[in-house]
Write a protein that binds this ligand. Structure first.
Ligand SMILES: [Fe+2]
Ligand SMILES: [Fe+2]
Length: 279
């Protein structure tokens, strides 16, 4: 598969009738972060998250090329962060027959910006199941998250787990498969991404954390798809869970500070502002 142009939105099939809607943002000086969402073309098609406002029109057009928006029956919202919920109302407008799978706290948090139509909602909490016609999907909270409303989604029929922000990683450039990273890039990226989205890692009790990680590992997912990661399969899944176990003992990631910003601006001649990593 040819790597996509840097900021294009494009589909990428990862399993039977299962497509990433891929996008990405540069994140100097650490490279690039994926910014994906997902489409499951089950009997009753499911959109998993809604993409970011910055790529709204291209995101909607990419989805529409894969599925008739009128056929979309479900929109699963993993949480209300902008990179996942930023196109929610346009998606609901484009998909008039879709029911929104969300939760109470997400609705409240989004009310800061818009009113989500309650009549189109169904509450789906951690552990709840959704029958989508030819399979049953289950909401499973991933181990790492940056928003309290987060739930992932597991499709046992394909082995695909939507891990939301878990397994976030920077990549040297846009890439779609974790196997394309070197072992060192994969390790460093997992540990950077995890500490970026979950700076609370150092407050974790190791034995409780192991139990939490193992609960998701026991799902037996064979394909891990997340918003901010290339697709994980095979050995990379085992490696990712093993790295995640190390988090309670890791030092915090050293945040960039004003001296870094001063240097970047000086290097750029203050002609343009560097962008900051998205979450
Ligand atoms: Fe998030
Ligand atoms: Fe995210």
């Amino acid at each position: 598969m040819t790597a996509p142009a840097h900021h294009d939105v494009m589909p990428y099939q990862i399993a039977d009738e299962t497509f990433l809607i891929t996008w990405g943002l540069d994140a100097p000086p650490v490279g690039h972060f994926p910014m994906h969402s997902l489409l499951i073309r089950s009997k009753e098609p499911v959109l998993v998250d809604t993409g970011a406002p910055a790529c709204r029109e291209r995101w909607l057009a990419t989805v529409a090329a894969l599925v008739d928006p009128a056929d979309v029956r479900w929109v699963f919202l993993s949480h209300d962060d902008r990179d996942h919920a930023g196109n929610l109302l346009p998606v609901l407008a484009a998909c008039p027959n879709a029911t929104l799978l969300t939760n109470w706290f997400s609705l409240g948090r989004m009310a800061e910006e818009w009113e989500t139509p309650l009549s189109r909602c169904r509450f789906v909490n951690d552990g709840d199941q959704v029958d989508v016609g030819d399979r049953v999907l289950v909401a499973v909270r991933p181990p790492l998250f940056d928003n309290p409303t987060t739930r992932g989604l597991f499709d046992a029929s394909t082995g695909v787990y939507w891990s939301v922000d878990t397994f976030a990683t920077n990549t040297p450039h846009r890439m779609l498969e974790a196997d394309d990273l070197s072992d060192g890039e994969f390790r460093d990226g997992q540990l950077l991404g995890a500490r970026l989205i979950a700076p609370w890692h150092r407050y974790l009790d190791q034995s409780k954390w192991d139990t939490c990680v193992d609960a998701v590992r026991r799902l037996g997912a064979t394909t891990m798809a997340g918003c901010h990661s290339p697709v994980l399969r095979g050995q990379r899944i085992d490696e990712a869970f093993n790295l995640m176990r190390q988090l309670p003992a890791l030092d915090p990631w050293r945040e960039f500070d004003q001296s870094d910003l001063d240097r970047w601006l000086a290097d750029a001649g203050a002609l343009s502002e560097p962008s900051i990593p998205a979450h």
